[in-house]
Design a protein around this ligand. Structure first.
Ligand code: CO
Length: 355
């Protein structure tokens, strides 16, 4: 496991389209990779679409769940105009201010990709007052270059077809990369790297369970069914979190920073993290000299919010890779932060500190 393999998997995972409820391309990619590399004792897709994975430990008393979500925010076609333009509704939490003029990519019902542009009434046809107002989604449309409702439906784009903002993967200086859907393909990347490390060094006491979970962005639904099925005794959600280390933000309001290592959640809007789980993360990180930071309370919510109240309760926490511009077309993160997140989870699992 090195920066190069993390970078190439990040590109592959982020380029896939998997809007909430339509994660098949991502789930199938992950399941195939696990089968091809023979990474698990058992791996399957559950009725909701989660990829569930079991890697058996030698004593198997403790069952540690690692969860990362496969879905990304996007949009769903809600109406097709007679002249071939598409109306849409958002899936997940978009910032409406950034949608207009964006390029989009749509995944047709048979998996074909089509490009489009989000438009609205052109500025030279609007009054000065209209131009001051925020254009809302019902007044936007997607132009995919087609001329009629028949042409659209013949190409298997129908009401309910989903898509997302188009954003190519690129490298920036200082080991930084930009791309779409880093929330939470980054977590999926971390989980796959952990599976590879477990395969390399298989003498491992605890059973490790994995949920590559669907439908996080619209209510963290896959986390609920996955945790119920797998029955963990401890759990960690691996996420991407808002690095607001940018101009104009007061230091007291910056939840996490790029480049300072994985961010450990103390409390967010969905959970107060288990103190013992956090102690196990921190003590093992210190033993192995892995950098980490604490995420300031109480921003965001994650799959762990439901996992920790599964069945009779599961001591849980969240470890996140800091990322700028989450829920915009393009996210920016530092590959070293992913590497250190893999290392902190690996140290947590091996538990040299014996907590
Ligand atoms: Co997320």
């Amino acid at each position: 496991m090195d920066i190069k393999s993390i970078r190439s998997l990040q590109e592959e995972l982020s380029t896939l389209i998997g809007v909430s409820g339509h994660e098949d391309d991502v789930s199938n990619f992950i399941l195939k990779l696990i089968e091809k590399e023979n990474l698990a004792d058992k791996a399957w897709i559950d009725p909701l679409g989660n990829v569930l994975v079991i890697k058996k430990g030698t004593d198997g008393k403790n069952k540690i769940l690692l969860d990362a979500h496969t879905d990304e925010i996007g949009f769903m076609v809600s109406h097709i105009e007679k002249n071939g333009f598409l109306r849409f509704v958002p899936v997940g939490g978009w910032d409406q201010r950034i949608l207009l003029g964006q390029s989009v990519v749509i995944r047709s019902q048979v998996g074909e990709k089509f490009h489009g542009i989000i438009g609205s009434k052109p500025p030279h046809l609007t009054s000065i007052n209209e131009r001051k107002k925020l254009v809302e989604i019902p007044n936007m449309y997607i132009d995919i270059g087609m001329n009629s409702i028949e042409e659209v439906t013949n190409n298997n784009i129908v009401i309910g077809t989903t898509g997302t903002l188009f954003s190519p993967f690129m490298e920036f200086p200082n080991n930084m990369v930009r791309g779409k859907a880093f929330d939470d393909r980054t977590g999926c990347n971390v989980l796959i790297q952990i599976l590879r490390l477990l395969k390399e060094n298989s003498a491992f006491k605890d059973t490790v369970l994995f949920n590559f979970a669907v439908q996080e962005e619209i209510g963290r639904r896959g986390a609920i069914t996955g945790a119920f099925k797998l029955e963990p005794t401890i759990a960690l959600a691996i996420e991407n979190t808002t690095a607001a280390d940018v101009p104009g933000i007061k230091e007291a309001e910056i939840p996490v920073y790029i480049g300072r290592g994985p961010a450990i959640t103390i409390a967010d809007k969905s959970m107060i993290s288990s103190k013992r789980v956090n102690e196990r993360i921190v003590k093992n990180a210190e033993l192995d000299k892995i950098p980490y930071q604490f995420k300031k309370p109480m921003y965001g919510l994650t799959d762990a919010g439901y996992i920790h109240i599964s069945r009779e309760g599961v001591p849980s926490s969240v470890v996140s890779v800091p990322c700028r511009y989450i829920h915009s077309p393009t996210s920016l993160l530092k590959l070293d932060d992913i590497l250190n997140t893999v290392q902190i989870i690996n140290a947590f699992l091996r538990n040299k500190a014996n907590i």
